[in-house]
Write a protein that binds this ligand. Sequence first.
Ligand code: FAD
Length: 138
Amino acid sequence: MIRLIYASAATCDFSESKLMQLLGKARSNNETANVSGLLLYAKGNFFQVLEGEKSAVEVLFSRIQQDERHTSVVVLDRSEITHRNFPNWSMGFKNLEQFDKTQLRGYNDFLERQLTAEDFGEIGPDVIYLIEQFKRIW
Ligand code: FAD
């Protein structure tokens, strides 16, 4: 299995209902493909973890990359794994616009900024840390 983490920038405003629409589709597709993970949204940026069989994750990711609702897709981590971090989630989700970020240990202000592809490279390790935090507090 592999775990793939990427960041991207939304190309349009994502209202709560638009996010829910995206998630509804994602969850049913992911369940079929046995892909689990987490999607975070903050200030127009997405951070997503996809985990599952390598081929299933890669096929899904190539579809996601082509989605015109976001751009500047930057892979932050692509690792082989022996177990899933989010086994029960076809796609866990947090809209960080409505989340008390001070709950996050070692809170980093990158969640308050609209980031560019260059920024994504720099904050890679922070995002991975953030995702670990979500596993702890969920
Ligand atoms: P359909 O839903 O029929 O979509 C067909 C095409 O229309 C696709 O090209 C799609 O990009 C586009 N499309 C669909 N709805 C809209 C819309 N409301 N506005 C504009 N274009 C649209 N999909 C998953 O299956 N799992 C995921 O975990 C996942 N995560 C995503 C994360 C992000 C940040 C984004 C932006 C998209 C994500 N998607 C995910 C959606 C993915 O990119 C594809 O849209 C989806 O997988 C296609 O599903 P489908 O083959 O059933 O086709």
